[in-house]
Design a protein around this ligand. Structure first.
Ligand code: BEZ
Length: 216
């Protein structure tokens, strides 16, 4: 398998190019570059045919249309074979009536898992933890979330993270704690005393020179 770390040593870092990979999936061979122009959520799960992972695959599949509306593709991964993945997604369709619409990487050699630091030996040496990597249309790693083996992820939070990143890119703003689309956003703080003076007169909703919000 072809992998490159763009000269990054160790684990992936926010704001840097995501490590390139080519991998076998339930939908054929994929390369990270195939997703150029789209956002990508690359996520790992510990193992096929396990209950928490099954709830997550159902939840990711149900949320897929919302991600699609936002130009976000999904790609799963675990250290299982393609045959296991195929059997599991068929089993999910049979038992839950949900078709899994995204590819799932069969990372039997742990190539992609090692590249992205998805294995947490303190939890398991043979399974990937519940990792989420958000990669933007230019291939830059924008967010990482790590959950333990025993806790299923929250799709609303992952969708909220995408909305927040896209809001930031479109409007050059930041988003406060618990922000949801439609709510006011944060204007990045001024970096000079002069800009701080200006900010107080700028007509935003300003608590103090460093704390301004506005509607978008
Ligand atoms: C699960 O998906 O149910 C699971 C996987 C690994 C450890 C614990 C739970």
């Amino acid at each position: 398998m072809e992998v490159t770390t763009h000269g990054n040593s160790g684990f992936p870092r926010l704001g840097q190019p995501a490590p390139l990979f080519e991998a076998q999936t339930t939908q054929g061979t994929i390369r990270l570059e195939d997703f150029k122009g789209s956002w990508l959520i690359l996520f790992s799960h510990p193992a096929d045919f396990t209950p928490v992972c099954t709830t997550e695959f159902v939840a990711f599949s149900e949320m897929a249309p919302e991600f699609k509306k936002r130009n976000v593709e999904l790609c799963g991964l675990s250290i299982d074979s393609t045959y296991s993945h195929i059997a599991w997604v068929r089993n999910i369709e049979k038992n839950f009536g949900i078709k899994v619409p995204f590819p799932v990487i069969a990372d039997l050699n742990k190539d992609v898992a090692s590249l992205y630091g998805m294995i947490m030996p303190g939890e398991s040496k043979t399974e990937t933890s519940r990792c989420v990597f958000v990669i933007d249309p230019n291939g830059i790693l924008r967010a990482m979330i790590y959950y333990p083996l025993t806790t299923g992820r929250n799709m609303q939070e992952i969708l909220r993270l995408i909305d927040a990143l896209q809001m930031t890119d479109k409007n050059g703003v930041a988003t406060p704690a618990n922000w949801k689309p439609g709510e006011k956003v944060i204007i990045p703080p001024p970096a000079t005393t002069e800009a701080a003076e200006e900010r107080m007169k700028a007509g935003f909703e300003t608590k103090d020179w460093y704390f301004s919000k506005k509607a978008v």
